[in-house]
Design a protein around this ligand. Structure first.
Ligand SMILES: *Cc1c(COP(=O)(O)O)cnc(C)c1O
Length: 390
């Protein structure tokens, strides 16, 4: 047989898979994987159920059902003052994941440099997806403990082959919300070097302590070079649905659509209709989501602090970063293996969110997901405390 794609076949079993397996084997509380343990709004689910029964359930339009494209455009206008034409500036995909895959395969040129600047720690899929699309990853570390943007490192990563910058705010895994100054620094480079910005904003409605989400697309001249992605999975706590929506100028959305037509082509129409209904909800829903998540963050932060962890600020997302150095540990991977099997709580080592070329990622941080019921968060904190005090 001829060789298979070495980039894909060379992928290792991810640390997430390893930790999830350990969690199952040990009957551990899984704060590793990022998903809520209660389903999102019942009315949204009912719209999906009714639309499935009523039909039609045949291939919807490749760009997405008109009601969802309109609702996504309306939501962007309402929340951020951004105007997009639902006709050719919004694309519906199978989750933000497919949108990312479509963007990388549309914007990178295999074999021709095609470099993508990625801030790390980063959502792990970016690295493999960029490389799978034939691109080259240029990582730029954010500096702990506040995950500050290092403008010199950003400048050093950009070269003549750079095609795009991947921006994720709020940041999975560490919960940083990019400040206005951060966004301006990224925009300045994008304009200077004529780069596309792939802006992953799936946690847009999970910003805490009065912070408001800002899209880089709202900065001067940035709308024309930015594709910004949202996810119904995250916004409606329905991660299994995999419905995403990307907004951008027609040229970029058109290129993504040409990739999408041979990736999945379309997304279940009944789910799209339900997400359209959901996006039209009034601000109380979106504010309530942030308030609920913030309360969960505070609850887990309290529990972990009482157990002896250092707890870093989490400005957004589902995730809290715990510092294990105060507990006398310095190997996050080993620590996660031990707590999964001994304390019966699973987390994810933050070093797993760095590109392989980073020789010395920080090794004293663990990501815990707090999108869980209070009783689950309390039980996890109790187990960790008993293990630490053993
Ligand atoms: C969950 C997640 C995604 C994927 O979203 P889906 O809509 O489930 O495909 C993309 N980016 C980040 C940062 C995420 O955390």
């Amino acid at each position: 047989m001829k060789d298979l794609n070495p980039v894909i076949t060379g992928r290792k079993t991810s640390i997430f898979e390893v930790m999830s397996r350990l969690a199952i084997e040990n009957d551990a509380i899984n704060l590793g994987q990022g998903f809520p343990d209660t389903d999102g709004p019942e009315d949204v689910r009912r719209v999906a159920a009714e639309a499935t029964v009523e039909g039609p359930n045949q291939y919807p339009p490749m760009m997405g059902v008109p009601a969802l494209r309109q609702a996504a455009a309306d939501a962007l206008q309402r929340h951020y003052g951004l105007s997009y034409d639902p006709g050719d500036e919004i694309l519906v995909t199978a989750g933000a994941t497919e949108a990312l895959a479509a963007a990388f395969s549309a914007f990178l040129t295999p074999g021709a440099g095609g470099e993508a600047v990625i801030f790390e720690p980063a959502y792990d899929a970016y690295f493999d997806m960029v490389e799978g699309a034939g691109g080259v990853v240029k990582p730029v570390p954010l500096t702990a403990p506040d995950w500050a943007l290092d403008e010199d490192a950003l400048d050093a990563a950009i070269g003549p082959e750079t095609k795009l910058i991947v921006l994720n705010t709020p940041v999975n895994p560490v919960g940083k919300v990019f400040t206005q100054a951060d966004l301006e620094a990224v925009a300045k480079r994008a304009l200077e070097h004529d780069l596309i910005v792939v802006s992953d904003e799936v946690y847009e409605h999970m910003c805490f302590d009065g912070r408001r989400h800002r899209s880089i697309a709202a900065l001067p001249e940035m709308r024309e070079r930015t594709v910004r992605m949202g996810s119904a999975g995250k916004t409606f706590s329905l991660t299994g649905w995999k419905v995403g929506y990307t907004a951008g100028p027609p040229e970029l959305i058109g290129a993504m659509a040409r990739a999408h037509q041979y990736l999945t082509f379309a997304t279940p129409p009944s789910l799209q209709k339900a997400v359209a209904y959901g996006l039209n909800k009034d601000t109380a829903y979106f504010d309530g989501l942030a308030a609920d998540m913030q309360a969960s963050r505070d609850r887990l932060a309290r529990g972990l602090t009482e157990a002896g962890f250092g707890v870093l600020p989490a400005e957004g997302t589902y995730f809290l970063t715990a510092d294990i150095a105060p507990l006398g540990f310095d190997d996050d991977v080993e620590f996660c293996r031990r707590i999964a099997s001994e304390a019966k709580v699973a987390g994810v080592p933050v070093s797993a969110f760095y590109h392989a070329t980073n020789a010395a990622p920080p090794s004293n941080f663990v990501r815990f997901c707090f999108a869980k019921q209070d009783t689950v968060l309390d039980a996890a904190a109790d187990r960790l405390k008993s293990w630490i005090d053993r």
